[in-house]
Design a protein around this ligand. Structure first.
Ligand code: GAR
Length: 215
């Protein structure tokens, strides 16, 4: 089954491009209905145009969060969307916005990619903070979004080793390459089988149930 998505971005849009390329190559059964950015001139706009995808620019400068989000919600609601996909969208989504995109079990139909092995290093400097901390193993996380920053049920993670001669640039480049592989793969898994993750358990629990939710 094909899924309809909107991609929200703030910057260069390399994850958007990986998603659009996977679709073009027949590896991802999805339709990007809309690319929405909050930063005029963001690189993601050029990428959307190159692939013939509709765009919307809704700058947040000079607006309250509520005013901005109402415009974003109105734009998203113009489309029949199965999921909102965040790809470097550097805005925290309020519970009001999220509540407009809930599945039948109360999870938000909003997916994010983050450049660390969450819950380590949330925020806007995932790679930088992991590198500065001196981690030996770094990684990326794709997760369902909840009301907290870079938080919510984990859909997939992939790790990579820090090499002794890594610079921040080489470290980031290795992570980004993994992002570009894992994000389309996770979306394809959702298109084929719905959203799947391990339910969080208290430390005293012996087993973890596999939680699978179909849209
Ligand atoms: C990516 O590294 C993504 O993981 C990160 O922003 C970058 C966007 O790059 N997201 C976050 O840090 C979310 N907290 P892109 O515009 O080239 O896809």
């Amino acid at each position: 089954m094909s899924i309809n998505i909107a991609v929200l971005a703030s910057g260069r849009g390399s994850n958007l491009e990986a998603i659009l390329e996977a679709i073009a190559q027949g590896k991802l059964d999805a339709v990007v209905k809309l690319v929405l950015v909050n930063v005029p001139g963001a690189g993601a706009l050029d990428i959307a145009t190159k692939y013939g995808v509709a765009t919307a620019v809704i700058p947040n400068a000079g607006m309250t969060r509520k005013e901005h989000e109402e415009k974003v919600i109105a734009e998203l609601k113009k489309h029949e969307l199965d999921f909102i996909v965040l790809a470097g969208y550097m805005r925290v989504l309020s519970s009001h916005l999220l509540s407009n995109f809930k599945d039948s079990r109360g999870f938000f139909k909003v997916i994010n990619i983050h450049p660390s092995l969450l819950p380590a290093f949330p925020g806007v400097r995932g790679y930088e903070e992991a590198f500065e901390y001196g981690v030996k193993v770094a990684g990326v996380t794709v997760h369902l979004v909840d009301e907290k920053v870079d938080h919510g049920p984990i859909l997939a993670q992939a790790a990579f080793d820090r090499q002794p001669d890594d610079t921040l640039e080489s470290f980031k480049a290795r992570g980004l390459k993994i992002e570009h592989e894992i994000y389309p793969q996770v979306l394809q898994a959702i298109a084929k089988g719905g959203v799947s993750f391990f339910q969080r358990h208290a430390a005293s629990d012996v087993t973890a149930d596999r939680e699978t939710a179909r849209r």
